[in-house]
Write a protein of this length. Structure first.
Length: 664
């Protein structure tokens, strides 16, 4: 895998030199996109999921992000940019890619319900189809060459793929940690020379869809030091050294590709973990078995696989929490995935010269969801843990900066680069359960197994992050619906009234600690962001309102179906009532308790006006101005700016406006 050899495969047809005018014109037409890309450069959009505006600026200032600092100094950036509502990954990326609001893209959440199905039948937005044309499809339609790697919404299964497309596939097996039992070789063929008796072990991987695989492991002692010193390991699906997939050493990462009939790539990375070379106590750790989707012209998939191997697992937080792997190993798994995406993307840029390249990096979002410990009300909050978790988040930003540096190094003088994010992240201290409230109000019924009884349930909540859509089980609209249309408004009003009266009566922490925390946050915000006096007064209220004695409703927004009046999402995928949590609250799916503790320390989805949820936008390269703007911008403005820079026609559905001041 990861061969240093570059395989160059052209995506254009090869024409013979036939001196016929019509054929020459045809040849010119076919080769035009590549020529255009070479002359005009590549428009690159690199998205870092969850990159907070204030964190990025902080790490630029403290020297942790030197590449982004250089990009900011030599390029252009937005000081005041917001994302869409809901501020969720799928919804926000769909709007970045289209310039259209969620009511047009259909991505009203990370997970939602399609009408006409059972109420509990939901759709993962990352597997759904954007309802209006995204950049990679529209730019392609206008005669340019496009590429999308891992970018949310670019799933080639939905038939809106770019010319060159790589996307997440399936997880065929979760990660594992097993003890290996080695015995003298009995069935291996072509065994290499060993100075101790060759040993073998065997393990079984249960794959999704009854496609189990057997992994044979051969241990060889290759050093003539008169000790049992097994230092070389052969791994194969058949016990034959000549057909070995991987050769590795103890405590060293190895890669094991698998051939899965309906997957473009599949495999896992692993490590034989032990402190002794006598095989007495060896553990076998492996990541999840992952697959991918790779679409493009003939030869493209083969070129990607030959150079980069299988699409790896992006992280393994559960293994880290269980103690199977160290923090260093956890970071190495993350870095392996981040570099795979970046390297494959930049390979596509170099070899195939797309006019537009969009790729995605997820790890800041993951670290902030898990380790954003900044609020005294959060579980586990103490000075030592706060300091440790801060280093984890800083590591994720430093990793992002390495990707930025690698991308900048691959750019030519004609290229342009947009660094964007979909949203920020805010600290979470408590978990809400709208389905518990619906159950308490008699609108949701559970059977003896704790499952939703649709024959008796009038409403059901589908949660994502700090938001939730509540769908009414309406006759004629939902499969098996029980609510008569004439009772629709009555049920809707009961739902709204139910959530309007909820209060969080618990005591989280002392007002003194809260005041100290929010004062420091407010002071840093005023200092780092250079706010004027009016802005300073406005932000003071949001920072200090939380320490008032009054018990607030943890559901900040409760909005019924009149979406247009409420300036919210007007789309069939949206619920009949929409909930948005107040700062500090996550919304869960179960129906166990009204308000409880959370294991997730960071989340998003709520009001995009909140400082913690502000995304980033930096621009660099050909025809990009130097400097900044304090003007209010939206991530909806990114796509129309791309169309303007590429001198293409903007689709009529776009809600954003081109950012004229960033263009020379």
């Amino acid at each position: 895998m990861n061969s240093k050899q570059t395989t160059r495969i052209s995506h254009q047809p090869i024409f013979k030199k036939i001196m016929t005018a019509s054929l020459l014109l045809m040849s010119a037409a076919f080769s035009a996109p590549t020529a255009a890309a070479a002359e005009t450069g590549t428009m690159i959009i690199l998205s870092f999921d969850g990159m907070r505006h204030d964190f990025a600026e902080k790490y630029i200032l403290n020297g942790s992000m030197p590449h982004l600092k250089k990009l900011k100094k030599e390029g252009w950036h937005a000081q005041n940019i917001t994302t869409v509502s809901p501020s969720l990954t799928a919804a926000s990326h769909a709007s970045i890619a289209t310039g259209a609001k969620p009511e047009k893209t259909g991505f009203v959440s990370n997970e939602f319900h399609y009408s006409g199905r059972k109420l509990t039948n939901t759709k993962d937005a990352f597997e759904a189809n954007i309802r209006v044309s995204p950049l990679w499809k529209e730019v392609k339609r206008q005669g340019k060459v496009t590429a999308a790697v891992g970018f949310p919404g670019s799933n080639p299964k939905q038939k809106n793929e770019a010319d060159y497309s790589i996307y997440y596939g399936d997880i065929l097996a979760e990660s594992s940690y097993e003890t290996l039992d080695f015995n003298p070789v009995a069935q291996w063929k072509n065994t290499p020379k060993s100075f101790s008796i060759p040993q073998e072990a065997h393990m079984k991987i249960k794959l999704k869809g009854n496609r189990d695989r057997h992994i044979h492991i051969l241990a060889i002692d290759s050093s003539n030091n008169h000790k049992k010193d097994y230092d070389r390991f052969y791994l194969s699906e058949t016990p034959d050294a000549h057909s070995t997939n991987t050769i590795t050493a103890m405590n060293t990462w190895g890669r094991f590709p698998l051939h899965i009939e309906d997957a473009d790539t599949a495999g896992f990375i692993f490590k034989l973990k032990g402190s002794k070379n006598d095989l007495s106590s060896i553990k076998f750790y492996r990541t999840a078995v992952t697959t991918s989707l790779i679409k493009g012209p003939e030869g493209f998939k083969e070129a990607i696989i030959k150079r980069f191997g299988f699409f790896p697992d992006q992280d393994d937080l559960p293994a880290y929490k269980k103690g199977w792997i160290s923090r260093k190993e956890y970071e190495e798994i993350n870095e392996n995935f981040a570099n795979w995406l970046a390297d494959a993307s930049l390979f596509i840029k170099t070899e195939y010269k797309p006019d537009l390249l969009m790729f995605y990096e997820p790890h800041i979002d993951l670290e902030e969801h898990t380790f954003l410990l900044t609020d005294p009300r959060q579980p586990g909050y103490n000075e030592k843990t706060v300091e440790k978790y801060e280093t984890y988040i800083q590591w994720a930003y430093e990793q992002a900066d390495e990707i930025i540096g690698k991308t900048m190094a691959a750019m030519s003088e004609n290229d342009r680069l947009f660094i964007v994010s979909d949203h920020g992240m805010e600290p979470i201290h408590s978990r809400l359960s709208p389905n518990y409230e619906l159950k308490k109000a008699g609108l949701l019924k559970l059977n003896k197994k704790g499952e939703v009884d649709l024959s008796q349930s009038k409403a059901y909540a589908v949660a994502s992050g700090t938001t939730a859509h509540i769908y009414i089980n309406l006759k004629g609209r939902e499969k098996g619906g029980i609510v008569d249309p004439k009772d629709y408004e009555k049920v809707q009003n009961i739902i709204v009234d139910t959530f309007k009266v909820i209060k969080d009566e618990r005591k989280h922490t002392s007002r003194k600690k809260l005041f100290s925390y929010h004062f420091n946050e407010w002071r840093d915000h005023v200092t780092n962001d250079g706010l004027d006096w009016q802005e300073t007064k406005d932000t003071a209220y949001s920072f200090f309102s939380i320490i008032r004695d009054k018990k607030e409703n943890p559901y900040e927004k409760i909005i019924e179906t009149d979406w247009k009046k409420a300036k919210m999402i007007d789309h069939p995928n949206a619920g009949d009532v929409w909930l948005s949590a107040a700062p500090g609250y996550l919304i869960g799916k179960d129906a166990k308790q009204a308000i409880g503790p959370t294991t997730e320390l960071g989340s998003h989805g709520g009001d995009p006006e909140r400082r913690e949820l502000r995304p980033v936008f930096y621009a660099y390269g050909k025809d990009i101005m130097y400097g900044e703007t304090k003007r209010r911008l939206s991530t909806l403005d990114i796509a129309p700016t791309v169309y303007r820079l590429m001198e293409l026609k903007s689709p009529s559905f776009i809600d954003g406006k081109p950012i004229i001041e960033l263009m020379k």
